[in-house]
Design a protein around this ligand. Structure first.
Ligand SMILES: Nc1ncnc2c1ncn2[C@@H]1O[C@H](COP(=O)(O)OP(=O)(O)OP(=O)(O)O)[C@@H](O)[C@H]1O
Length: 349
């Protein structure tokens, strides 16, 4: 079945340098997909190719089932029925809020159009600002105008490039949730480019992780967070700890106890990655004795840096604030071994 947006084996180079290397991705009807990856991995270029702002060198793009790009076809952006929201919102400064939103729907009859614009402004809570100028609005309000403007022509798919990263951090979560609520209530399929894993976890139905111009993994937030395919995906979502070991008789010995390994890793050196939340305090004598080298309050959690005799590098643990300990204390630490992820030491993160 074809999605609202389909990229198949898309390739693109800037000045002979491949920056998108065979990317395939789909946004299904009604779905919000985040394209996630570090700076420079090619996310924005994929979005620009989908929008028609760049021409691919190989592969195809379909919007609403219609082929809009291939090596020989290039439908211009304004004929693709895609909505575009950019990081800087790009509102027209000389048009009012209502005129900005009406910009893309000039060809409908005036009363239908006016009603539609008012409905949209109502939905993004900006009806009272219809006659205001963009410079009179806060960043969050400008973002909502940009969203309403992109929605007005009823696009088959919405493309958003880092739409929330220009906003003050105190505003961001709220603006984001409102935007997602509007997109969901209108069932607009959406591709959001972001470099922020927390943002992707907060808004996406599905996350596609890119690195070096390629898709590494695609799945629900739970799938990519809990079952990362490699150390890069694991550490991208925050996994500061890793231990080295080797697989003998189906197991790897660690200071927290033996861990089962898949038969394919028998005899291999492995790297075991885990998050700070996989460690917990134990009763004295029940866990591994460790010294608290540093302890910091990070909002609801306390982050500890722990050392132990059997370790070359310190471990990071995150625990509820109510169990707070002090720098210099000796503590006993145990681990939830189910949350340890093992990769061949030849798989690089
Ligand atoms: N106009 C351009 N000319 C030449 N190279 C470019 C151009 N735009 C982007 N690039 C390069 O292409 C690669 C991919 O850039 P792209 O903007 O798609 O990455 P990104 O993952 O969106 O990163 P960021 O979040 O930093 O924008 C980078 O190496 C970048 O330097």
């Amino acid at each position: 079945m074809s999605g609202a947006l389909d990229l198949q084996d898309v390739q693109f180079a800037y000045d002979g340098d491949d920056v998108v290397r065979g990317v395939s991705l789909t946004v299904a009807p009604g779905e919000i997909v985040c394209l996630l990856g570090p700076s420079g991995c090619g996310k924005t270029t994929c979005l620009r190719i989908a929008a028609g702002l760049e021409r691919l060198t190989r592969g195809t793009v379909r919007v609403g089932g219609r082929q809009v790009a291939s090596k020989d076809v290039h439908v211009p952006p304004e004929q693709r029925r895609v909505g575009l929201v950019l990081q800087d919102f790009a509102l027209f400064p000389h048009l009012t809020v209502a005129q900005n939103v009406a910009f893309g729907v000039q060809n409908r009859d005036k009363s239908t159009r006016d009603q539609q614009i008012l409905d949209l402004l109502d939905q993004v809570d900006l009806k009272a600002y219809a006659d205001a100028w963009p410079h009179q609005l806060s960043g969050g309000q400008q973002q909502r105008v940009a969203l309403a403007r992109a929605l007005a022509p009823e696009p088959y798919v919405m493309l958003m490039d880092e739409p929330f990263s220009g906003l003050d951090v105190t505003l961001r979560a709220d603006v984001r949730q409102r935007a997602v609520a509007v997109l969901k209530s209108r069932a607009v399929p959406t591709l959001i480019v972001t470099h922020d894993p927390d943002e992707a976890l907060a808004v996406a139905d599905r996350i596609i992780i890119m690195r070096d111009g390629r898709v590494l993994q695609a799945g629900t937030p739970e799938e990519v967070y809990l079952n990362p395919v490699d150390p890069f995906v694991m550490t991208f979502f925050g996994a500061p700890n890793h231990l080295m070991g080797s697989v003998q008789n189906g197991k790897v010995a660690t200071l927290f106890g033996p861990i089962s390994a898949s038969p394919s890793l028998e005899g291999e050196n492995v790297a075991i990655y885990f998050r700070g939340t996989a460690l917990t305090l134990a009763k004295p004598g029940d866990g591994v004795p460790m010294r608290v080298e540093d302890a910091r309050l990070l909002g609801p959690v306390q982050r500890l840096i722990l050392t132990s005799e059997g370790l070359d590098t310190p471990l990071i643990m995150e625990q509820p604030r109510r169990h707070a300990v002090k720098i210099g204390e000796m503590v006993a630490v145990c681990a939830t071994l189910d949350e340890f992820h093992m990769f061949s030491a030849n798989t690089h993160g």
